[in-house]
Design a binder for this molecule. Sequence first.
Ligand SMILES: Cc1cc2nc3c(=O)[nH]c(=O)nc-3n(C[C@H](O)[C@H](O)[C@H](O)COP(=O)(O)O)c2cc1C
Length: 169
Amino acid sequence: MSIIENLDKYMPATYAAMRNNGLLLGSVGLDGRPNLMTIGWGLIGVIWDKPIFLVAVRVSRYTHKLLEETGEFTVNVPTEDMSDACGICGTISGRNVDKFERTGLRWRRGEFVRAPVVEGCPIAYECRVLYKNPVNLQALPKDLVEIMYPRRDWHTLYYGEILKIHGKI
Ligand SMILES: Cc1cc2nc3c(=O)[nH]c(=O)nc-3n(C[C@H](O)[C@H](O)[C@H](O)COP(=O)(O)O)c2cc1C
């Protein structure tokens, strides 16, 4: 089965986890050091006839820097008992902290990307950025800009082509 045909299988559990504790976005810098950050926003679908995982990352995140450096990421669906780790990965920055050390999560490199695949996750997506664009604050309704971007810390939308899905469900 192609990845596109497989999307339907993994989408419900992925969305459920995203609404629960969030998903773990794995990234890697040019120095090879991996990082994790929790995400609550994301879309899975087909664009340009390709399977796409879209993630929204604010420019202030360390992860943003890493995505700009390598354009590779993973999206890992955590288990319920990784909720503490999701809290840590969603509140501290990887700039000065090794979040794997801090959370005890273990990782391996992806097959198609150098970004980290988190051990023990029932689903993990390996992605390479195919297209990206910053949220255009001029084009967004003003009330939304005020609510979402009072400090102008906008998101870049990264459209990652899904190259591989690791699935144990
Ligand atoms: C449940 C949850 C969902 C989050 N979703 C996002 C998101 O979609 N995009 C984003 O930029 N930050 C999101 N964050 C905040 C980042 O995870 C947080 O700022 C993190 O510390 C950034 O790590 P980094 O600096 O190592 O990249 C979320 C945090 C939590 C707790």
